[in-house]
Design a protein around this ligand. Structure first.
Ligand code: UDP
Ligand code: MG
Length: 323
């Protein structure tokens, strides 16, 4: 990594940017700052300084005020970006990517589910020359069985559909060097996006560290079923065009079915295959396939439409300790 400056002992210092997106985290954000700060300061042993880049994703519960207070009290280490409204976790991470100034960046959640004791291991990996460090969950005590099964199924599916590989247990806890930051910042600015997936697929020297996800310190998870569905759809759109080709297969299948019915009719010589039910069932089935395919095309067109509008990924209302 590049060097940053020299401390009083004349030793070259590097800066670790800890990027944290926070949406309505008033109950736990201060504790996060304290605990993570403690682990970050311990890195001075390894000649690392640190900065927090907090992205306040349009919080309405007092998180903004707490962050401003932290920024005022610790202007050297705390930088804050306030969004004009809630733009979502992805956009918040992009803002962190845009504003972080460190030599290495670590992306973390504000609820201490990503244990900060891993900062030391991350710094060690940077020192060994790794540029992309994915943190892989070994256990997630907070996730229920249903979430675990759907999550495993989803990753199996997307890895079948897509040419890239997505690590099933990777999280939004990862670390990258400045070089990778530059690439992601400049070349991956799609409106519909999946940063964690891009991080795993930009190449560079990669490694993984296993960690055990902790329970949330306070507040509750913001991920509803609806958000998870949107997230799953977005991921598929980001990484695969295969669903668009489904129409061809559906067409072939319908043609084949038609052929069978034709042959059956000719062989039995009864005229049409008997029954009103057959016709209705076949019609419903065909329309189901047709609308499904039209729906998929619609989803992709929506992505193109978003891209064309070229609206900003986020709007910054205010910044603290940042230029
Ligand atoms: N978050 C955000 N914007 C949102 C929703 C969540 O910045 O619209 C942040 C949230 O404050 C937390 C992180 O994203 O730091 C992960 O969210 P959460 O803990 O709710 O998700 P989970 O860990 O349950 O998957
Ligand atoms: Mg969480």
């Amino acid at each position: 990594m590049q060097s940053y400056g020299a401390n009083t002992r004349g030793i070259v210092l590097k800066v670790l940017s800890i990027v944290v997106s926070a949406y309505n985290e008033a109950a736990g954000i201060e504790k996060f700052y304290e605990v993570t700060g403690r682990y970050a300061r311990a890195l001075r042993e390894k000649n690392y300084e640190y900065e927090f880049v907090f992205v306040d994703d349009g919080s309405q519960d007092g998180t903004s005020e707490i962050l401003d207070r932290l920024a005022e009290g610790d202007s050297e280490h705390v930088r804050v970006i306030h969004f004009s409204r809630n733009f979502g976790h992805e956009s918040a991470m992009i803002a962190g990517l845009d504003y972080a100034t460190g030599d290495g960046l670590v992306f973390m959640d504000a609820d201490l589910q990503h244990p900060p004791e891993n900062l030391e291991k991350i710094a060690d990996c940077f020192e060994e020359g790794y540029q992309v460090i994915s943190m892989v969950r070994t256990a997630n005590k907070t996730a229920g069985t249903v979430k675990k099964i759907t999550s495993a199924g989803f990753y199996w599916f997307i890895n079948k559909l897509s040419e890239v590989h997505l690590e099933p247990n990777a999280s939004d806890f990862f670390a990258i060097t400045k070089d990778v930051q530059t690439v992601l910042k400049n070349s991956y600015r799609e409106k519909v996006r999946f940063l964690r997936g891009y991080v795993q697929n930009v190449g560079f020297k990669k490694t993984t560290i296993e960690y055990e996800a902790a329970p949330r310190i306070a507040g509750k998870s913001h991920y509803s079923i609806k958000k998870l569905y949107k997230f799953a759809m977005n991921t598929i759109m980001c990484f695969s065009n295969v669903p668009l080709k489904l129409g061809i297969w559906a067409g072939l299948f319908s043609g084949f079915l038609g052929l069978i019915v034709l042959i059956y009719t000719l062989i039995t010589r009864k005229g049409a295959p008997s029954g009103y039910a057959t016709i209705v069932v076949l019609l419903c089935f065909m329309f189901m396939i047709l609308f499904f395919v039209v729906g998929i095309i619609g989803e992709y067109i929506a992505v193109i439409f978003d891209e064309m509008k070229d609206r900003p990924l986020y709007i910054v209302a205010d910044k603290k300790n940042l230029h």
